[in-house]
Design a protein around this ligand. Sequence first.
Ligand code: F1P
Length: 337
Amino acid sequence: LKEIHEQPEAVKNTLFEVSDIEEIVKKFPKFKRITFVACGTSYHASLVGKYLFEGLLGLPTDVMLASEFEFSEKAIDPESLVIFISQSGETADTLKALRIANKKAKTLTIVNVLGSTATREADYVIFTRAGPEIGVAATKTYISQLTCIYLLAACMGKNRELLDELQLIPDYMKTVLSFEDEIKEMAAKYKDAQDFFFIGRGFSYPTAMEGALKLKEITYIHGEGYAAGELKHGPLALIDDDVPVVAVVPPGKSHDRTLSNVEEVKARGARVIGLGSIDDHVLEYEASDMIKFPAQISELISPLIYVVPLQLLSYHISVQRGIDPDKPKNLAKCVTV
Ligand code: F1P
């Protein structure tokens, strides 16, 4: 919980990385492609990177699970930048993939631990300034990884407007953290569910996946993160009044279509927890419960803020189910095998 609440500070500190990132970007050759490689929560940060690099820079971007990387090694393009995201910089699958990529292309790593193996082996290094993370499930390092990815995209695209917008993130986050009592009450209503769905489109899809992962990691409830538009290709059959659906619906391009998915799941009896703008009265009407965000938070920057209440929701469900969220079973802080 302490680490969840440290997130505004972690972002503020990580934003100081901008000058180092500017220097790194000056050294870049011209890249034709970006490939992100990571595991777990760091993989979800990478997915946000894909929407950002393709959407803002028009650079084709792949995202690969580190444990699957070896099966695609032949396809690594020497004109790509391969970006390894890892809190610890010691995850075995990530290091294995980094060693393969180092032989073929330029590599960059975004890590939280100074002096870790990844920092010694990659061509370029960016530090998340999250401070030490003790909790096994990643929270403030996820937000700091995202901050670095946004800074990198802004520096590569010389996007002053985005750099300015990022300065506002710590305050938005503080607003959202102040909803904790409300989220605690929500946790009491939903804690006995056996399955959850988390849905979102575009920038909100990785947020849905990360929300589901936090739930699995620290409450042991089955949570499925799904692209909202994919529901109709099968999984709608699993939705009924026993399966709460968390819908991530920030204002923007994908808003109306995700809202129509909210209507679909409601028609099957699901209780919906809506995450949307404070002035989204349609979502408020459709949802059983709603977490209301400042209206200025655009879809583009929403991954940095919309995930925070989902961390709190999992935390409170975990505690209310009598689980110690800091000691999740079968999960190590750093997976070295
Ligand atoms: C990856 C990761 C974390 C997860 C847990 C196990 O670690 O899957 O996302 O929360 O700590 O490892 P890393 O490569 O980002 O250090």
